[in-house]
Design a protein around this ligand. Sequence first.
Ligand SMILES: CC(C)(COP(=O)(O)OP(=O)(O)OC[C@H]1O[C@@H](n2cnc3c(N)ncnc32)[C@H](O)[C@@H]1OP(=O)(O)O)[C@@H](O)C(=O)NCCC(=O)NCCS
Length: 186
Amino acid sequence: MPADPDAGDALEQPDAPHPPPPHGVDPTRPRAADWVVTTDIVFPHHANTMGTLFGGRALELLDINAAIACYRFARRTVVTASTEAIDFRAPVHVGEIVEVRSRVAWAGRTSMIVRGELVGENPRTGERRLATIGHISFVALDDDERPIPVPPLLVETAEQRRHHAIGERVREHIGSRRAHDPLEDV
Ligand SMILES: CC(C)(COP(=O)(O)OP(=O)(O)OC[C@H]1O[C@@H](n2cnc3c(N)ncnc32)[C@H](O)[C@@H]1OP(=O)(O)O)[C@@H](O)C(=O)NCCC(=O)NCCS
């Protein structure tokens, strides 16, 4: 409710010690990340010439899902900064269910590394297989499109610790790649 200027001191509420920022997430407070899971069907127009999910479509699904994981974690605009190693381990066939799962595995100052998994599922038998797995990194941006801090990531469970350790190695790869292959002006 807006403050009433005529109400007098007695009705004034004390200031909250740490008022939440407008976007709702305090970037100084550690925060847990949740899995984002979306489920779809592989249609023929998403297939390659072998009748299985086209790699580019798999990347699109992973990128969108991972971006949502970052939005929910940082509550900021985010952009994809890099796609890291992505392994296509098994095919997903036309007509099968495709489940995409993403979670922020590692968070830096302004960047996040998301673990993405894509599972293929036979709709009739229920057989499921891990088809694709990889990492994508994102950077949070302010309204002027400059990198802005994200909250520290809470890492609590054994699985989160394992994924965080992998994320840390991914971050090292990014760092060494950027150091050895700096961007050149065109
Ligand atoms: C990603 C981007 C915002 C980084 O901007 P920048 O000014 O180079 O950023 P900085 O050098 O200040 O680094 C900011 C953070 O981004 C990370 N970063 C920068 N380039 C990166 C890359 N190629 N891969 C992964 N992380 C990267 C840095 O490590 C740093 O992380 P930290 O704060 O957690 O330590 C900028 O390069 C960009 O806008 N790229 C285009 C994004 C895009 O169009 N994506 C596709 C559509 S969504």
